[in-house]
Design a protein around this ligand. Structure first.
Ligand code: PLP
Length: 361
C-alpha cells in the first residue's frame, strides 16, 4: 500500500520546517481559515456540558437528517435520514463505499487527473483501477471505451481535485446514461460542491432516475473549512448505507461526538458558513491568480471551482529543495509533467512564495 502522496509531502514539509527551513506550502488541502464563530459556539457548548459519549455509529440522528435536508434543499432530491451516513471525512465515505460495492477483480473507472487516493482505495478493496486519461473531462466516448464485463463502478469527481473543472448537467447526464447501460454503480465525489466561483454546481442528486445506483460523497472539510474535524457523508440507497454503517461498526465506531456537533452547527447555518468560506477563498484566489498573471505577463485563468491550480511545471523535488516551495507532483494525480498548487494559503505566503518561484524559474 502506498501512503497518500499529499499526506506524505505534508509530513516532509513539517520535517523541513523543524530543521528551520522556510517553506511555502502550496501543497495543502486545507483552507487555512479560522472556523466560523457559529461552529465554535456549538463546540464550546459541548465542552461546557462536559459530556463526550460515543455517538451512534451511523451518526447523530439530527446530523443525518440535517445533512439529507442540506442535499435536498440545494438539489431538489429526496434523501432520507436512513439514506445518509456520517463518516470520518469524505475520505472514509469513499473508502467504505468501495469496500461495500466491489468484489475481488471488479474494475473501477477513474479519470486522470484523479484525486490521489482513488486508485489505492480501489486496490485496498481488491478491485482493479482502470485509469482513463483526459484533458480534463471524461466523455461518454472515453467512458464507453473503458467499460469491460468486469466494470462495476465509475468514480466521478465534479469540481475535480486537482483541475477544478466543472461538468455541465448535460455532460453528467450523458455519462450517467452510459453508466446505466452498463449497469454500473457511480460514486460521485462532491466534496468541493460549495466552492464554486464561476458557473453552477450540478450534483448527481438532481438525477432522481439514477438514484438507485449512485452514492454521493460530501464533506465539511472544504465546504465549511473544517478539515481537522473529520466529518463527511455518504448518501445513497439504504442497502448500501446500511453496509457502510456495519463497516463503521467494526472499524471506526463512527465519527467523534464533538466533531458531529460542530458539523451540525455548520450545516444548520450552511448558507452563512459557506458564504464566509467562499468570500475568503475568493480573495485568496484573486491574489494568487493576479500575482501569477503579473509575474508571468500572461493572463492566467483560474479554474471555476475548488482550491487548486494544476499546471505544467517541474521538477517539484528540485523546486522544493532550491526554493522551499512545496507543490504536489502531477504523478500523484496520474498526470506526470504537471503539478498542483493550492491557493488557500495566507495572502502574504502566496505573494512571497510566487515571487520566489518566479526568481528561481
Ligand atoms: N475527495 C476529494 C476529491 C478530495 O480532494 C478530498 C480531500 O482532499 C477528499 C475527498 C477527502 O476529504 P475529507 O476526508 O477531508 O472530507
Amino acid at each position: 500500500m502506498k501512503p497518500s502522496a499529499t499526506n506524505a509531502l505534508n509530513a516532509k514539509i513539517d520535517e523541513l520546517r523543524k530543521q528551520g527551513r522556510k517553506i511555502y506550502n502550496f501543497a495543502k488541502g486545507d483552507l487555512v481559515l479560522p472556523n466560523h464563530p457559529l461552529i465554535l459556539e456549538a463546540v464550546q457548548k459541548v465542552i461546557d456540558e462536559g459530556h463526550s459519549p460515543y455517538a451512534p455509529v451511523a451518526g447523530l440522528s439530527e446530523l443525518r437528517a440535517a445533512a439529507a435536508q442540506w442535499m435536498n434543499e440545494r438539489y431538489g432530491s429526496d434523501y432520507k435520514e436512513a439514506e445518509t451516513v456520517v463518516t470520518t471525512g469524505g475520505k472514509f465515505a469513499v473508502f467504505a463505499s468501495l469496500q461495500v460495492l466491489i468484489e475481488p477483480g471488479d474494475e473501477v473507472i477513474i479519470q486522470a487527473p484523479y484525486w490521489v487516493s482513488f486508485p489505492e482505495m480501489v486496490k485496498l478493496a481488491n478491485g482493479t483501477p482502470v485509469i482513463v486519461q483526459t484533458r480534463w473531462k471524461l466523455t461518454p466516448e472515453l467512458l464507453k471505451a473503458a467499460i469491460t464485463p468486469k466494470t462495476r463502478v465509475l468514480i466521478l469527481n465534479n469540481g475535480c481535485n486537482p483541475t477544478g473543472i466543472l461538468y455541465s448537467k448535460e455532460e453528467l447526464n450523458a455519462l450517467l446514461n452510459v453508466a446505466k447501460s452498463a449497469n454500473l454503480w457511480v460514486i460521485s465525489d462532491e466534496v468541493y460542491s460549495e466552492l464554486v466561483f464561476e458557473g453552477k454546481y450540478h450534483s448527481l442528486a438532481t438525477f432522481a432516475e439514477h438514484k438507485e445506483r449512485t452514492i454521493i460523497i460530501e464533506s465539511c472539510s472544504k465546504n465549511f473549512a473544517m478539515a481537522g474535524w473529520r466529518v463527511g457523508f455518504a448518501f445513497g440507497p439504504k442497502s448500501v448505507i446500511d453496509q457502510i454503517i456495519a463497516l463503521q461498526s467494526q472499524s471506526t465506531t463512527g465519527t467523534s461526538f464533538i466533531s458531529q456537533k460542530a458539523a451540525l452547527a455548520a450545516i444548520r447555518n450552511s448558507p452563512a458558513v459557506s458564504k464566509y468560506v467562499r468570500d475568503r477563498l475568493s480573495q485568496k484566489r484573486k491574489v494568487f491568480f493576479d500575482t501569477l498573471s503579473q509575474l508571468t505577463n500572461t493572463k492566467i485563468e483560474p479554474p471555476p471551482a475548488g482550491i487548486y491550480y494544476f499546471t505544467k511545471i517541474g521538477p517539484v523535488e528540485e523546486i522544493l529543495d532550491q526554493t522551499g516551495i512545496a507543490l504536489v507532483p502531477g504523478e500523484a494525480f496520474g498526470t506526470p509533467g504537471y503539478a498542483r498548487f493550492s491557493f488557500a494559503e495566507t495572502e502574504e505566503e502566496i505573494v512571497e512564495g510566487l515571487n520566489k518561484l518566479k526568481k528561481y524559474l
